[in-house]
Design a protein around this ligand. Structure first.
Ligand SMILES: [Fe+2]
Length: 368
């Protein structure tokens, strides 16, 4: 947007925008947000200006617009100079509390048939120009993506993951290869048992963001995977069970992981929301829930709310069920979808790992 004219006031600078809106930016805010090379490092984009050693008051000498570079320049009486782009000023025109990124609920799905365009792409397509962006956009849209026709090797699977970002380390290691015949499995995931819908890492402060799974050898019966859109359930509860929704946003549920020499514990609400009430993360693992006790009446209300969520995630009509066959690489958003697995007999070898959610968000920003 262009600027029609500016006006200096005692308290700040009035900017009259081409759409006839008006914004008043306080002088100190302008000084603090200067994008000049001295104030904001041109390469790292890190703030260099020392805003707080001196008094929080600056006297203005003059202000002018540069229509060619689309910048506003401010000369202060102490001879320093600030520069702010029209773009930054426009972006900051409307004051608001900074918010954590909400999950995009425009394409949330209550049943698999709600998924309009199935999030699947071939290995060749993934590796082509624009393939990574399409892969990311599928995860953003419906919470998961399948890459088909992939080589059934750990190396190829790792390659898919590393095209997005570095692989996260965790209590289970980084990129891992495992089967269901371990002598002493660390987790039910490494057995043949069924697992009900859950998100991973309710016992760590920063739960894994994306999870990638590839079954590279399969000689088994059963073991179907299920995915459920936790965001769709959250939105349903917001409208149909508002009291239960509030409880699930407010109670910090502890999760734990206990092994010899390891005792991980973290706590957060089942539905983590930002200041606008938008859902930013779903965390649910009934298997890993740690003991806690509220006042009796609150505990009853909590159990009622938790039961509603539990029963909705276990409603098979909500679940997208499929078999992880060799050559099909599944990646899903662990902050949004819940995953489950039926029990199996026979042998499976899998590989995969985690990404941090911020690296997923970063890629979405930089590839757009
Ligand atoms: Fe899991």
């Amino acid at each position: 947007m262009s600027i029609k004219y500016i006006e200096m006031l005692e308290e700040g600078l009035n900017v009259f925008w081409s759409n006839n809106s008006l914004t008043c930016y306080p002088w100190f805010w302008l000084k603090d947000h200067s994008e000049s090379e001295d104030d904001l490092h041109p390469d790292t984009k890190q703030r260099q200006i020392d805003s707080f050693t001196k008094a929080l008051e600056y006297n203005v000498d003059k202000v002018w617009l540069d229509e060619d570079t689309k910048n506003i320049f401010i000369k202060w009486t102490d001879k320093s100079q600030s520069c702010l782009s029209f773009d930054l000023l426009e972006l900051m025109a409307k004051p608001s509390l900074p918010q954590s990124t909400a999950i995009d609920y425009s394409s949330c799905w209550n049943t698999p048939s709600d998924i309009k365009s199935f999030p699947e792409m071939t290995y060749e397509e993934f590796n082509s120009n624009g393939g990574l962006k399409k892969w990311l956009m599928n995860i953003k849209r419906v919470g998961f993506v399948l890459v088909t026709g992939a080589p059934t090797t750990p190396e190829a699977t790792k390659g898919i993951m590393e095209r997005m970002a570095y692989i996260r380390n965790s209590i289970f290691g980084g990129f891992s290869v495992w089967d269901n015949k371990l002598d002493s499995p660390d987790d039910t995931a490494f057995t043949s048992l069924s697992i009900e819908p859950h998100t991973d890492g309710t016992y760590v402060n920063d739960a894994p963001g994306l999870q990638t799974l590839h079954c590279i050898k399969r000689d088994s019966i059963g073991g179907e995977n299920q995915l459920v859109d936790g965001l769709a359930i959250a939105e349903k509860m917001r409208h149909e069970y508002p009291d239960a929704f509030e409880i699930l946003c407010g109670v910090n549920i502890p999760g734990r992981y206990i092994k010899p020499d390891t005792y991980l514990e973290a706590r957060r609400p089942l539905l983590r929301v930002n200041n606008k009430g938008e859902v930013i993360q779903v965390s649910f693992n009934n298997h890993d829930r740690a003991p806690f006790r509220l006042e009796n009446s609150q505990m009853v209300q909590f159990y009622d709310a938790y039961k509603i969520f539990h029963n909705l995630v276990n409603d098979t009509a909500r679940q997208f069920e499929f078999m992880l066959d060799p050559g099909v690489v599944l990646t899903f958003d662990n902050w949004r979808l819940l995953h489950a697995r039926s029990s199996l007999t026979g042998y499976r070898q899998l590989c995969g790992g985690y990404h941090n959610h911020e690296d997923f968000e970063s890629r979405l920003r930089t590839l757009q």
